[in-house]
Ligand binder design. Structure first.
Ligand code: DGI
Ligand code: FE
Ligand code: FE
Ligand code: FE
Length: 188
């Protein structure tokens, strides 16, 4: 499926704001892919599709997440925000005919991150947070860093997300902690 066909289908799955966010993530993923020598077409598709399950109802979300082949743990079930990555990975295959495992993993792990993230997974993790419609306080700092050092930008993005989740009293998914620790240890 080409990008224009994916866009048309995606538009029906998402509300206006989420669709605009997806286009922004696609553009940022494209720029980061060029900057860090990743496959530009793959990055664009992953960025465009990453939130395709975001507007599903709870039941549908659970159903798709369980069919994704991604391990769904109790933390994800108790924090349903964490299910749209795995569910999106399933829909990417079923609705958009995407079978590239790097693209599918980038979608599946775009919310939590994980240890040993590929370059594409990092690009999508960061692009999701820095796309133009994101307005939080430290976004400019992360935007700037993302074109200098991808790993550092991932850590900054995780820091931002962890603080946000703590602020809301939520559970932090351990994959984010493992990923963040690994990236920081690698730097030092
Ligand atoms: O889908 P988006 O809004 O574009 O962004 P996202 O998929 O990165 O994050 C979706 C939501 O999930 C966002 O409100 C932050 C939240 N989130 C991210 N990591 C965690 C988390 N929520 C909990 N409870 N635990 C996490 O580890
Ligand atoms: Fe998301
Ligand atoms: Fe994110
Ligand atoms: Fe997103």
């Amino acid at each position: 499926m080409n990008i224009d066909t994916i866009k048309e289908k995606l538009k029906e799955l998402l509300d206006e704001q989420r669709f605009v966010h997806s286009l922004g993530t696609m553009d940022c993923a494209m720029m980061l892919a060029k900057r860090f020598d990743e496959d530009v077409q793959k990055a664009m598709i992953a960025g465009l599709v990453h939130d395709c399950a975001k507007c599903l109802k709870k039941e549908e979300l659970l159903n798709c997440a369980f069919k994704s082949g991604i391990v769904i743990d109790n933390i994800m079930i108790s924090q349903p925000e964490l299910l749209h990555g795995p569910a999106g990975c399933y829909l990417a295959k079923e609705l958009f005919g995407i079978y590239d495992s790097d693209i599918l993993n980038s979608i599946a792990y775009h919310t939590t991150g994980r240890e040993n993230m590929t370059k594409l997974e990092k690009i999508i993790y960061v692009a999701d947070l820095i796309e133009p419609s994101r307005k939080f306080k430290s976004v400019e700092l992360i935007r700037k860093k993302s074109f200098e050092n991808l790993d550092k930008a991932v850590v900054m993005a995780m820091d931002n997300t962890i603080k946000y989740v703590i602020e809301k009293g939520g559970l932090i998914h351990p994959s984010t902690i493992f990923a963040r620790n690994q990236l920081i240890l690698k730097e030092s």
